[in-house]
Design a protein around this ligand. Structure first.
Ligand code: HGY
Ligand code: MN
Ligand code: MN
Length: 420
């Protein structure tokens, strides 16, 4: 007899304790919370996650792609599994809730299921996915990307800004690159559905006064690398009109990126994150600039046209300064809609619990993008104070996290009973 989902109410103190324990594991040298992929703080935090998964009663292993997978065995092991989870790596000087809420919330749900002797029909997999955050290799969500069969051998030859090769970084972290490529789930493991709990990282839920967001779609991300080639000259003697200043051309491009992001009709954002200007001497006109930017939207048509328009504008403006520019776009991920069926289960669970919810898009990307290639996907958001994230000020109230875990548990119980 399954208890009503109300009885599966998470223990706030235990959740708070886990969030605080995980928050203690970070790079002491940098501000905020830093547990970047392949770093020692990240290695340490993963060890702690593994131990907490074992204590919660999960059968834990690390798969070939470096994902930490905890299995709660169901009554029907042959039935397609349920999957939940998120990530515990962070951006540089990030916050303590992004990703952590989804992993630790799932652990509290598992403890609740066990303490109430609730035995699911299906295996439930709780995953701490490796390396969800964007990185210098230009590929976010490395762990879930590998599971979905989206990581290819050529990706292992990508290099970061320090010239380190991705394949070598896996090896140094104790992961066999061949094992990473071989970790694909689609062939070996039938899945019933994936649902992820995550902080919204934006302002919509707080603005609308809703404790729960049910995600409609996750934004696509197009990454830009523009390389401007001007001419080095003496900054004191070369007349302004005769210069070929690469940094001035790049500055025009930065403003063009912002204009495009501000012009999205439905949903879209654009950000320039880095300008690397050389030679960088105080008395030399900048010769070359590498500019890193990204554009995101759930509106695939707009995103595609915006990248074309932006490339044209960057080239035209650079030409006006006598600067050559190479414009390279790469797709980090395409926009992915949540499954209508999972959306209905999540919103139905919130309704049954008498919890208000709002349908919201996700401007942030998540492992859910890649899990959507393997099975029906849904996401549950809880509010971020001031819409802030990827910064030390990131904050979500404990009561909201508890509510999110309640909705997650009710969703999992309902999905478990459904057949597709
Ligand atoms: O970049 C993102 O949207 C995610 O936080 N990794
Ligand atoms: Mn995240
Ligand atoms: Mn993030």
């Amino acid at each position: 007899m399954l208890p009503k989902s109300e009885s599966l109410s998470p223990l706030p103190q235990r959740l708070e304790h886990d969030l605080e324990e995980l928050a203690r594991i970070r790079d002491p040298e940098s501000g905020g919370w830093t547990r970047t992929m392949f770093s020692e703080p990240y290695r340490a935090s993963r060890e702690w996650i593994r131990s907490r998964m074992v204590e919660a009663g999960l059968d834990v292993h690390v798969d070939g792609a470096g994902n930490i997978v905890g299995v709660l065995a169901g009554r029907r092991p042959g039935a397609p599994s349920l999957v939940t989870g998120s990530h515990t790596d962070t951006v540089e000087s990030g916050g303590r809730f992004d990703g952590a809420v989804g992993v630790l919330g799932a652990l509290e749900m598992v403890r609740q299921l066990n303490e109430h002797d609730v035995r699911l029909e299906r295996d439930l997999l709780v995953v701490d996915f490796l390396g969800e955050e964007s990185n210098d290799f230009g590929l976010s969500c490395l762990g879930s990307r590998a599971l979905a069969g989206e990581l290819v051998a050529a990706d292992l030859d990508r290099h970061d800004h320090e010239g380190r090769r991705l394949g070598d970084r896996y090896s140094a972290f104790g992961l066999d690159p061949a094992g990473v490529l071989g970790a694909v789930w689609s062939r070996s493991r039938p899945l019933h559905g994936y649902v992820e709990l995550h902080v919204e990282q934006g302002p919509l839920l707080e603005e609308r006064g809703a404790p729960i967001g049910v995600v409609t779609a996750i934004a696509g991300i197009e990454r830009l690398l523009a390389t401007f080639a001007g001419r080095p000259d003496h900054a004191g003697t070369m007349p302004m009109g005769d210069r070929r200043d690469a940094l001035v051309a790049a500055a025009e491009a930065v403003l063009a990126v912002r204009r495009e992001g501000c012009g999205a009709p439905v949903h879209g954002v654009a950000t320039t994150s880095r300008l690397i200007s050389e030679p960088g001497s105080a008395n030399v006109v900048p010769a070359t600039v590498r500019m890193h930017a990204e554009m995101r939207s759930v509106d695939t048509a707009w995103l595609s046209s915006a990248t074309r328009r932006l490339a044209d504008e960057i080239r035209a403006k650079a030409e006006g300064y006598g600067v050559d520019v190479d414009v390279q776009w790469s797709t980090d991920n395409v926009s992915v809609p949540a499954s209508g069926e999972v959306h209905e289960v999540v919103s139905g669970a919130a309704d049954a619990l008498g919890i208000a919810w709002e349908a919201v898009p996700s401007g942030a990307t998540h492992d859910a993008v890649h899990m959507a290639r393997l099975c029906p996907m849904g996401m549950i958001f809880v509010p971020s104070r001031g819409g802030r994230s990827h910064c030390p000020d990131e904050w979500t109230e404990l009561e909201h996290i508890v509510t999110g875990v309640q909705v997650l548990a009710a969703t999992v119980l309902d999905m478990d009973r459904r057949t597709r």
